[in-house]
Design a binder for this molecule. Structure first.
Ligand code: URA
Length: 202
């Protein structure tokens, strides 16, 4: 991609590709390190995100930030984005055509940040990245190798807040998934196929 993350964000900020443009306060593009090793992908901005222009700053965001801290990661070490960049009215689920309209921005973010690990939070992000109509409760705990990246699907923090909270099985699961992410990041990065090929010559 020939543009920078900042340029892509500027382009997104005036987007009118879908009906969500009409109800937003602002586009919530993404936040964090432009060269992060790990990208977290949520569903879409809620009330607070729409007001502040930053993903995951409300109650679910506070839980995400806490879970990151528990495995020694800060928000500024990672990159955080959403499937749709504008708040769906009343926090309804994003519709298929809205997800499709917004897809190029997320694809661009993945191409430009080039994270080794992608953590999909909940059904929407997981289905979009795996390109399969899976259910998060079935696929979490598994790892998927896709386009040279490791995809780690896990529960959406908001689902944990709605469900059992601190003592729930979902909370234990997300903690274990975040610990797995930490462990993957500690592994040496894979040698790119092209380099491996070259080394094979000697
Ligand atoms: N939920 C999401 O999926 N994304 C946010 O940015 C906030 C809450």
């Amino acid at each position: 991609m020939s543009m920078t993350l900042e340029e892509l964000g500027a382009l997104a900020s005036t987007c009118t590709l879908c009906r969500l443009a009409a109800g937003r306060t602002q586009v919530v593009f993404g936040v964090g390190s432009p060269s992060a090793d790990v990208m977290f992908i949520g569903e879409g901005p809620g009330y607070h995100e729409d007001k502040q222009g930053e993903p995951f700053v409300g109650a679910a965001g506070q839980l995400l930030t806490r879970l990151l801290g528990e495995v020694g990661l800060r928000r500024e070490d990672v990159y955080i984005a959403n499937v749709v960049k504008c708040r769906p009215p009343g926090n309804r689920d994003p519709l298929p055509d809205e997800i499709d309209s917004c897809r190029p921005y997320l694809v661009g973010q993945l191409e430009l940040v080039r994270p080794r690990v992608v953590v999909t939070l909940g059904n929407f992000a997981t289905r979009m990245i795996l390109e399969r109509q899976v259910s998060i409760s079935r696929v979490r705990g598994q790892r998927f190798e896709l386009d040279g990246r490791t995809v780690v699907p896990t529960f959406h923090p908001a689902a944990i807040l709605r469900g059992g909270g601190e003592a729930s099985a979902q909370m234990a699961a997300i903690r274990s998934d975040f610990a797995a992410v930490r462990a993957i990041l500690a592994e040496p990065p894979p040698v790119p196929a092209a380099v491996e090929e070259q080394l094979g010559l000697f």
